[in-house]
Ligand binder design. Sequence first.
Ligand code: ATP
Ligand code: TZP
Ligand code: MG
Ligand code: MG
Length: 264
Amino acid sequence: MTYLSKVREQNPLIHNITNIVVANFSANGLLALGASPFMADSHEEVEDVAQMAAAVVLNIGTLNEYAIQSMLLAGKSANRHGVPVVLDPVGAGATAFRTEVTARLTREIKLAALRGNAAEVANVVGRAWSSKGVDAGEGEGDVVSIAEEAATKLGSIAIITGKDDVIADGNSTYIVSNGHPILTKVTGTGCLLSAVVGAFLAVAGEAKAEAVAEGISFYGVAAELAYELTEGKGPGSFQTEFLNQLAVLTPERFLERSRIARHR
Ligand code: ATP
Ligand code: TZP
Ligand code: MG
Ligand code: MG
């Protein structure tokens, strides 16, 4: 059985503390996939929500002091109760504030997965990579070795997305070659992917990196099909059709187009 089918069968509850740009898109994307989104950031309830969730997804996209405390409370509660935590360090490296908060979150919370663009994950391991705000800029270096270094440093899965996506857990490394460049023209496609990683981790069992690689490949195939169905129309039509494909793409059709290579 695919992990995709497990997500659709189990409908895992995903607790998101995310940014103001992508909250609605992330909730709709999780619903389309077959998961159950719960956006909650009040200090009074985040520990309870994290405890009842199947995964917690923390995203620093529009950060402030209140949200930092929310993330620490939720993340530590998830750690106490064995709930996997995903961190999307949006803009780490772009400002000192984001770099410092990312360092604090990775120090105080045990992550199941970190997902970012090359600049963000490079920043976590102290490697050079330029960024342009929340987007990865031009970088020099080997994304595979950066992901593997991040996985080893954090003791978690590390994911670098871009044209190809690298998924490393310190032992094995996968490279996923699905997706479409138009994903970079819709804000929040990285953030939603981090939430989708949470949904696949929620049903993963022992084979966590494998489940995450499948989830990332599924996301990319949904984008490829959505692009084909809306070619020439632009990102608005693509965004709508992408949500449709997250919901209607069958495991069989997905597997025909899935491109996951075991690198190590
Ligand atoms: P950035 O802000 O740098 O765009 P992000 O956090 O939005 O980063 P992305 O790296 O854009 O995240 O990844 C989101 C999705 O877009 C992933 O599924 C990834 O595979 C896909 N993607 C990004 N760039 C390309 C590309 N050039 N070709 C194909 N797929 C891509
Ligand atoms: N500004 C702050 S967070 C954010 C923007 C535009 C969304 C970033 O989303 P993504 O998924 O990294 O493209
Ligand atoms: Mg993007
Ligand atoms: Mg991002």
